[in-house]
Design a protein around this ligand. Structure first.
Ligand SMILES: CC(C)(COP(=O)(O)OP(=O)(O)OC[C@H]1O[C@@H](n2cnc3c(N)ncnc32)[C@H](O)[C@@H]1OP(=O)(O)O)[C@@H](O)C(=O)NCCC(=O)NCCS
Length: 428
């Protein structure tokens, strides 16, 4: 699949041209053009002006992506006024298959050009391109939850942030085997990437990470103000197998109490329960620390079971995280497994005309067969609601209550929901 050279979407090209704007896929070897694009991307997310070394690193990070820009050639700047980039990322689905999905990132529109349909052209263009490439799903993580529903994306995983009061809680998590050691992030990159891949393969909702995305979790990236403070502790099993790591920064107490530092976790990766227990124990037993903060965790993290005072480990945030847009209903539904058998006719509505139709879904021994049908629908729903339900999170009853799923929502829920909820433990 040559996604880097796939042609530009003609519908969006024409729509943008009609408003005097030029739509272009960048040549990643054109350093000046890519740097202009990166500057626009950073500004779009209210970031700092990237330094020369940050630009150089970002060019490397984005070299494997399809970077697309929208240009106002009449304007006073040659940098783009709209950006997006995309690449096929393996999304783990229930049952463990990894399905190439069109990952969409860096969606920005310059505030000077907002609300004139540039994002609409960019998103429509990406979805039609992914569809033409034969990808069954598009995925993204979002800055605001109000943006992407209109293009058929639905929230499919939820993420939690936690605060643990480590002056209050004690360890109650049992044996912590294996070995912990400090490592220099730069020396741990290869091993860390392998550990991350094991973690990402083992849970629905996680994606296979490009080297850049893995590096962000192992750290530090150029320009990171906390680079010198970032610590990495690796976990190796008793047999010497690398199975997890945590990267974190220690922050001073605002009241200057040296016994009350805060540990801000950059990333915690645990490929086995032993790795999770041992790394957690390490974090909550750190001396001169009063609080451990982690985020982008799942909705089922066992942290409260691991401490002797449940209320000392609190969820401080719960929000939508990975958004899924189904582009090919049969391919997507046949890629995952199901915990119960059953048969259901679902009518899927898609305003963009990419995935909508009526399908019979028949699950036998946990595997689905999906075919277009004329039979009466048991359930009717927009493609965004199907995207929400796809990875097994408990969303169907709520969407039904809100009228966004009609018909036998209970039957849909029974088929789609999974015992272990999906999780995505990073941003992209
Ligand atoms: C989000 C963003 C890309 C939208 O770009 P845009 O070109 O202004 O969007 P469009 O003009 O195509 O808007 C399409 C529709 O979405 C709505 N919309 C777009 N952004 C919205 C927002 N942030 N909140 C609510 N509605 C929004 C528009 O009102 C419009 O609705 P309509 O069709 O009913 O009129 C732009 O505001 C931006 O760059 N924001 C900062 C960076 C960011 O958050 N990017 C998203 C990363 S996940």
């Amino acid at each position: 699949m040559d996604y880097l050279t796939a042609p530009l979407d003609e519908t969006s090209r024409a729509a943008l041209a009609a408003t005097g704007l030029r739509y272009a896929v960048l040549d990643n070897d054109d350093a000046a053009a890519l740097e202009g694009w990166i500057r626009a991307d950073f500004r779009g997310f209210h970031g700092k002006r990237p330094s020369a070394e940050v630009l150089e690193e970002a060019r490397g990070s984005f070299a494997g992506r399809r970077n697309t820009g929208v240009y106002d050639d009449e304007g006073a700047t040659s940098d783009p006024v709209g950006t997006v980039n995309t690449w096929p990322a393996p999304l783990t689905v229930p049952g463990g298959a990894r399905v190439d999905s069109w990952a969409i990132s860096s969606v920005t529109v310059a505030p000077t050009h907002r609300r004139r349909g540039i994002a609409t052209a960019l998103l429509g263009g990406e979805l039609r391109t992914a569809h033409a490439l034969g990808l069954p799903l598009a995925i993204l993580t979002v800055s605001e939850s109000v943006i992407y529903g209109r293009w058929g994306f639905g929230p499919a995983t939820w993420a939690t942030a936690w605060s643990v009061d480590t002056k209050r809680v004690g360890w109650a998590g049992g044996e912590t085997p294996g070995r912990l050691s400090f490592a220099e992030p730069a020396e741990y990159e290869e091993t860390g990437a392998r550990v991350l891949d094991r973690v990402m393969a083992s849970r629905a909702g996680e994606i296979g990470l490009e080297p850049y995305l893995a590096k962000r979790l192992i750290g530090p990236m150029k320009g990171d103000p906390d680079a010198d403070k970032l610590r990495l502790v690796r976990y190796d099993s008793a047999e010497g197998e690398p199975e997890g790591f945590v990267t974190y920064v220690l922050k001073d107490d605002p009241e200057d109490d040296f016994t009350r530092h805060t540990v801000v976790v950059n990333h915690l990766a645990a490929a086995t329960p032993e790795a999770l227990r041992t790394l957690w124990r390490f974090l909550i037993e750190l001396d001169l620390v009063a609080e451990v903060k982690v985020w982008t965790r799942g909705v089922d993290e066992p942290y409260q079971s691991l401490v002797n005072d449940i209320r000392g480990a609190r969820v401080t945030e719960l929000q939508d995280h990975l958004w899924v847009r189904i582009l090919d209903v049969p391919a997507a539904l046949q890629a995952r497994t199901y915990e119960r058998d059953g048969s259901l006719v679902i009518d899927v509505a898609d305003d963009l005309g990419l995935a909508g139709d009526r399908f019979r879904l028949t699950v036998r021994d946990g595997r689905a067969e999906v075919q277009a049908t004329e039979d009466t629908a048991d359930v009717s729903l927009p493609v965004a609601a199907l995207g929400s339900a796809y990875l097994g999170h408990d969303v169907v009853r709520g969407l039904s209550l809100a009228g966004r799923i009609q018909g036998d929502a209970e039957a849909l829920d029974r088929l789609f929901r999974t015992t272990v909820p999906p999780r995505l433990s990073t941003w992209f």
